[in-house]
Design a protein around this ligand. Structure first.
Ligand SMILES: [Ca+2]
Length: 203
């Protein structure tokens, strides 16, 4: 009889130890609670905006449609400031930019062939850290890179992160292989030159 009791007590002790260990490692925790729904978080690869929040890009200035002919084309300018070389102006990235040393500052893109053009766009980094500024820009076209005809006179354009920090310059359709932008003003207090993250050219 004593032997039987010993076996029963031993079995109870082992069972208690197993239950205790299981509880310690969370094996017996409930999978949910009444009124609580557990969902698996989706993989998040970029900032997500709840549908009830306004879309900040809804106020962005719409860009011309079609192929950006300036992308990766030969481009030249005068002296640039610091490390902000002219090659940054048509690499397709708004986080790289060109900055001139002083004014006027010319940027000339060689499209490699004559195209019938209708618009130019200039972008700065859309991040809010780039405070609003105004730049004055004129656009001229040329068939040979020597003789230019102005298609848009110097106009002051407002760059503002609230509208995408970008502007577009539309002009009557005209043929041109070389596209020259002349910057004559930048109201940013952080530089004494012109700035452009991307210059884009459209048919
Ligand atoms: Ca760029």
């Amino acid at each position: 009889m004593n032997k039987l009791l010993t076996i029963i007590f031993s079995a109870l002790i082992v069972l208690s130890l197993l239950l205790g260990a299981g509880a310690f490692f969370g094996l017996f925790q409930p999978k949910g609670e009444p009124g609580l729904t557990i969902v698996t978080a989706p993989d998040q690869t970029k900032a997500q905006r709840p549908p009830c929040f306004p879309d900040p890009e809804a106020n962005y200035i719409p860009m011309p449609e079609g192929e950006n002919l300036a992308l990766g084309k030969s481009v030249v300018s005068g002296v640039h400031n610091d490390v902000y070389v002219i090659e940054n102006v048509n690499d397709g990235k708004t986080d790289t930019y060109w900055e001139s040393k002083g004014f006027p500052a010319e940027v000339t893109v060689d499209l490699g062939e004559s195209r019938r053009l209708t618009a130019v766009a200039v972008r700065l980094n859309p991040s809010a850290i780039w405070e609003p500024r105004t730049q004055e820009i004129a656009v001229a076209l040329s068939a040979d890179g020597t003789s230019y005809s102005e298609v848009s006179a110097a106009v002051k354009y407002d760059f503002d992160p609230a509208t995408g920090n970008r502007i577009r310059i539309d002009f009557p359709a005209a043929e041109g292989r070389f596209v020259k932008l002349t910057f004559t003003l930048n109201t940013s207090s952080r530089t004494g030159g012109a700035q452009a993250a991307e210059i884009e050219i459209y048919e």
